[in-house]
Design a protein around this ligand. Structure first.
Ligand code: NDP
Ligand code: 8X3
Length: 253
């Protein structure tokens, strides 16, 4: 039986992936900080082999402890899905909250590095495995207020490609998934719990769903072992690009 370790399994893409991989007979390691959510998910997936790991990925010691405490049957990890992550705020850089920036760096960059560094050696030793990262269109394209969040996701993109370079010849695969607007708890978190503001992000359009992304990830995971999908950028049809804004000076009369 194959095993997938999912960070951010308590919500959104991570949770939808847990449901889809479970339905396809995978063994699951579900990670997150909200124990009640993970327990409820494990209960929903009754009959599936599940290990719950409650920890904060920003804390490297907790990451090591989680790994050292994995039961024997969960130690051979076939896929590491780095889904845990967040955006905080949409203020312009000159007024943004530095604590929000630090939290995004600690979670989206450092947490993802801790997890990857912990799990990779086993994959390399076994000559097979797959790391699937959650990047974002925000790592590829600038937008007002995207500042540090987009920066963290640009890191994830480059880190993913550099992993591939380092893993050359090992058989270990790496993919960066780069979604656009998807309705999960993402915007509620971004706007610090302001549900009305979060809802307004998706008003009058059809966003991607967590299930759309889970299906994409499952497709990536189920390619034959000689195929590596480097990156997939995926947007709702209703989202695209606009013209570059030009600031024009008022003409003197
Ligand atoms: P959700 O807010 O629904 O889920 C985020 C998950 O990350 C939660 O399970 C949360 O678990 C976990 N998480 C956050 N911080 C920590 C932490 N410090 N330690 C451990 N777990 C943490 O958002 P999504 O599912 O939408 O987001 C998943 C990923 O996809 C993120 O990396 C996000 O940046 C990215 N993404 C999202 C898009 C969107 O529009 N939704 C688009 C593009 C990319 P808990 O709180 O229980 O710890
Ligand atoms: C989330 C997608 O467009 O809100 O990564 O930045 S977007």
């Amino acid at each position: 039986m194959n095993t997938i370790l999912i960070t951010g399994a308590s919500s959104g893409f991570g949770k939808a992936c847990a449901q889809l991989f479970a339905a396809n007979g995978w063994r699951l390691i579900l990670c997150g900080r909200r124990k009640d959510r993970l327990e409820a998910l494990a209960e929903e997936l009754s009959g599936v082999s599940v290990h719950i790991a409650v920890f904060d990925i920003r804390d490297g010691r907790m990451v090591r402890k989680m790994y050292s405490e994995l039961p024997e049957e969960f130690r051979r990890i076939d896929i590491l899905l780095n889904s845990a992550g967040l955006a905080l705020g949409m203020q312009p850089a000159q007024t943004a909250d530095l604590i929000d920036w630090e939290t995004m760096v600690d979670t989206n960059i450092k947490g993802l590095m801790y997890m990857t560094r912990m799990i990779l050696p086993g994959m390399v030793e076994r000559g097979q495995g797959q790391v699937i990262n959650l990047g974002s269109v925000a790592g590829n394209w600038p937008y007002p207020g995207g500042n540090a969040y987009g920066g963290t996701k640009a890191f994830v993109r480059q880190f993913s490609m550099n992993l591939r370079a380092d893993l050359h010849g090992t058989g270990v695969r790496v993919t960066n998934i780069e979604p656009g607007l998807a309705e999960t708890e993402f915007s509620v978190v971004r706007f610090h719990g302001d549900k009305d503001r979060a809802d307004s992000v998706y008003a009058g359009m059809t966003p991607l769903s967590a299930a759309d992304i889970a299906e994409t990830i499952y497709w990536v995971a189920s390619r034959p072992s000689h195929v590596n999908i480097n990156a997939i950028e995926i947007m709702p049809v209703a989202q695209s690009w606009g013209p570059f804004p030009i600031h024009r000076e008022e003409k003197e009369k």
